[in-house]
Design a protein around this ligand. Sequence first.
Ligand code: BGC
Length: 760
Amino acid sequence: MCFFDKRLLYKGLVVFLVVVLMSSCKDFSKSSLSGKEIRIERKVDSVLQKMTLIEKIGQTAQRGKSSRVKELPEHLKQAVRDGKVGSFLNIMNVEDAAELQRIAIEESPNGIPLIFARDVIHGFKTIFPIPLGQAATFNPHLVERGARISAVEASSKGIRWTFAPMLDISRDPRWGRIAESAGEDSYLTSEMGKAYIKGFQGDSLKETTSIAACAKHFAGYGAAEGGRDYNTANINENLLHNEYLKPFKSAVEANCATFMAGFNELNGVPVSGNSYLLKEVLRNDWGFDGFVVSDWNSVTEMINHGFAKDKKEAASKGINAMLDMEMTSTAYEEHLEELIEEGLFSEKKLNAIVRNILRIKFELGLFENPYFEKDDAVLYAKSHLDAAKEAAVESMVLLKNKEKRLPISKKQKIALIGPLVDAPHEQLGTWTFDGEKEHTITPLQAFKEDKGLEWSYAKGVAYSRDKSKEKFNEAIRAAKSADVIVFFGGEEAILSGEAHSRADLSLPGVQEELLLELSNLGKPIVLVVMAGRPITLERVLPKVDAVLMAWHPGTMGGVALKSLLYGEVSPSGKLPISWPKKAGQIPIYYNHKNTGRPVIPEKYVGIDDIPVGAWQSSLGNTSHYLDAGYLPQWPFGYGLSYSETMISEVQWTPIQPKEGDQISISFTVSNVGKYPIKETIQLYFRDVSASITRPVKELLRFEKIRLDANERKRVNFTFSTEDLKFYNSTKGWSFEPGDFVFWVAKHAQDDINKINLTIE
Ligand code: BGC
């Protein structure tokens, strides 16, 4: 594989040098490592020298304890005492964690500290919007701050490692785990990923409030066939490098301490035993020097995949691919010794693996300071709640606002209807093991707290999947006395996330029926959607005046929603994923290829335009659906505010750029409305003709800009031809001179401000 990024090549060389030095004279002083790195390598080496084979194998084991088991089982304590465990996940009782650590330090042969891990995905106690919602902020600063807060809260309970961020590109909202992703775009996902890593890891891993990040699931998990979780991913090599791997490469550059291999197979090889990904790409090409953990039982699941005949072979395939740590299953523990005895693996290679794990433990300062100080005062701190509110506000996306129905005037009486108007557990979203519904502010609670408002309330349906129409009358009664109906619909938290894929993406249960009945009252309806994915709204869209996508907004969701509905703040979220009209359009994503027969809008023929008895003909037809057209409901990058913005005076320099140049595109963005807003301007480009076909557009830069009413700002995007490189399996990464088009745009379908450039 060709990866001639100089920095990475350099880092790769450094790691190679370390391994060579360690296996020979162990004189790090002559290597090009920094003083700190040399000190850590020396410490790692001094511990490693004392370890028995059993202890080395022990470092590769991650164990968990079921939350249903109250007492800490004796066999787990004994395993720690024997040096047979490197890490625990999901030990949520702080006393248990402290006791296990005490045993590791005081009673195990070499006193090697344990590392405690947890899925701190979008908050620990203070819950931020689901990651898909956080991506919709297009604001990496907010994301970094949220991750920092999560780290501060989680580390106060002894957690020093989180299994986040999830960097799987997903073009399929049927896949439940899209909620945990940053959506369909590799650049946005990379920027979000870097922000999470910086927030979790802080300035130095050694700080006691820093937690090691984990880039997951390496790689291709988001391309699961049909959006069915755990399913097969087939991604050709070019696409793999140009889209799916990019955020992971950025994670290595951002010093992400750990990686997690996924459950899926990729092009026929399960990723937990995939040497190409784990050795060639991650270690050799990118120079990653942290450690890789498997996913839950994913080593032994290679047997189900049909890639290993038994546990021993699964262990062999995992360890030979340099998968460092096995989560929960026990193939390594049971078979590594045997594999080494039989020459199917070597202790020397095991040493390299153990080094990867010990290195991170040293970097986290766990050898010096293995214990933690419980600090309940940081949980739900006021500043944390304020940050969660801000993130929720910026994550929400205004998708429709007919006749400027929003914001609502405080003089109007509102009817609060729908299954999610007061569902504190549901609005926290997927992967919130620690957030408590008692601390969550729902829309109903937020309205109750504001004494100046007039409102009526009736859910109409008890929960999102409810099929009973019994309570419809209560909702209709509440709506009749109001000026505006606000319907809080969507999905419960459990309908998205792991193992929760859906084939029908419309509002579950009888929510559509309720909305249609409410629309007969002839009152304005605002639909607030709380969900882990885009919801297809075709049937109800014509009946509602406004649509606000709130995702699962977290602890402060209700407060955030109230402030947006009343215009205290203008919506500023943008879609991180194309929003389909119908599930049958999926996959539908903005950076698709052009095809030989791209759509010509003027010539589009819909199903009802075809005469009965028409002759078979394909001439003039293009790549589209007869019954769903060729566009999504709303494109990637789309989102309205309460004002209007205009982009003008686009200029660029140099006028005739050449390979190697820094190119700068500047423009004026004006707020021509009366609300202060934040607008995210996006820069897209297209490589018109190349050695392999390139997407019709690709996001190159974005910036969220604050504008007061009637304010104008001059903004500049800078990039170099390096950023226009792409991967071609026969040539590696290269920039190909030629014709390019650039757009400064408000969303992926906005192509007014085009610039055509030939770069020589
Ligand atoms: C998920 C991972 C998660 C792990 C530990 C698995 O089922 O796929 O994303 O980190 O469990 O909870």
